[in-house]
Design a protein around this ligand. Structure first.
Ligand code: IPE
Ligand code: IPE
Ligand code: MG
Length: 240
C-alpha cells in the first residue's frame, strides 16, 4: 500500500489559480460552463485534501476583475455554480471547522450570490481550524489600490499616523487582512503567468505551474506539487 504523504516543510497558506476549465470542456466538445461545473467538484476535493494534509489556509482565484469581459451566459453559469457549491457544502465546512472568507469587491456580484456568500461567511465566522478564502471580482492591483484608499481615510480621520504606515500595517489593509503570506502558489492548465493574482501576498511564494487543467487536478496531483515544494530551498534573500 502507498504510504500516506506527510508534509515535512512548513506550508501554511496555499493559493491556487484554478485555470483550464474552459479548455477542459472544449476538449470534450462540451460547453465551457460544464468545465466550471466540474471545476467546482474539484474545489471540494482539494479543500478537504488541503485541510487533511495539515495546511491552514487555502486561497482560490475563482473570478478576476478581468473576467467580466467574458460572455454574460458564462458569467451567469459561473455564479450559479458557486451558489450551489456553497449551499451544498456548508454543512461539511461546519463539521470540519472551516471558515469562509472572500477577497474582492463583492458588491458587483449578482444579488443571489451576495446573499449566499454573506450567509456562508456569517455561519462559519467562528470556525478556526482552516480558512477557505475565495477571490471573487478580485484583482491584485485593485486590492493594493483599495488598501491605499483605506489607509488614506484612516490617516485623515486621525485613526492612523503617517509614520505608522509600513509593510505590516499596509498588509493588514489588503483583502487578505491578517492571513499569513502565501507559501505555495499553484496554477493549473499550463499558463505561466500571475494574471493579476495576489500581487502583494505572493512576494516570496514558491510557484508551481502544472499542465493539468483544474477539472483534472486531484488530491494525487496536489501531493505531487507538495513533494516538489518540499525540494525547494526557500532563502528569503538570505544565503543559507
Ligand atoms: C478558470 O478556467 C476559471 C475562471 C477563470 C473563472 P477558464 O475559464 O479560464 O478556462 P480556460 O483558461 O479558458 O481553459
Ligand atoms: C485567471 O485565469 C483568473 C482565474 C482563474 C479566476 P484567466 O483564465 O482569467 O487568466 P488569463 O486570461 O489566461 O491570464
Ligand atoms: Mg483561463
Amino acid at each position: 500500500m502507498k504510504k500516506e504523504f506527510v508534509l515535512k516543510k512548513p506550508c501554511t497558506h496555499i493559493a491556487f489559480i484554478m485555470d483550464g476549465n474552459g479548455r477542459w470542456a472544449k476538449k470534450r466538445l462540451l460547453p465551457r460552463h460544464l468545465g466550471h461545473k466540474e471545476g467546482c467538484l474539484r474545489i471540494v476535493e482539494i479543500a478537504r485534501a488541503c485541510q487533511d494534509l495539515g495546511l491552514k489556509v487555502m486561497t482560490l482565484y475563482a473570478f478576476s476583475t478581468e473576467n467580466w469581459n467574458r460572455p454574460q451566459d458564462e458569467i451567469d453559469h459561473l455564479f450559479n455554480y458557486l451558489d450551489d457549491f456553497f449551499l451544498k457544502n456548508i454543512d461539511e465546512f461546519m463539521e470540519r471547522g472551516i471558515k469562509i472568507k472572500v477577497m474582492g469587491d463583492v458588491s458587483r456580484l449578482p444579488n443571489h450570490s451576495q446573499i449566499v456568500l454573506n450567509e456562508s461567511i456569517e455561519r462559519t465566522k467562528n470556525n478556526s481550524r482552516f480558512v477557505f478564502n475565495i477571490c471573487l471580482n478580485y484583482g491584485g492591483r485593485q486590492d493594493i489600490v483599495q488598501a491605499c484608499k483605506k489607509i488614506v481615510s484612516l490617516v485623515k480621520e486621525n485613526k492612523m499616523k503617517e509614520e505608522d504606515i509600513n509593510e505590516e500595517t499596509f498588509k493588514s489593509q489588503l483583502y487578505s487582512e491578517e492571513l499569513p503570506d502565501v507559501d505555495l502558489m499553484i496554477r493549473t492548465s499550463g499558463e505561466v503567468r500571475i494574471s493579476n493574482y495576489c500581487l502583494y501576498q505572493l512576494s516570496y511564494a514558491e510557484m508551481i505551474f502544472t499542465k493539468t487543467p483544474w477539472p483534472d487536478f486531484t488530491k494525487a496531483k496536489l501531493i505531487e506539487c507538495l513533494e516538489e515544494y518540499q525540494t525547494r530551498d526557500r532563502r528569503f534573500g538570505s544565503i543559507k
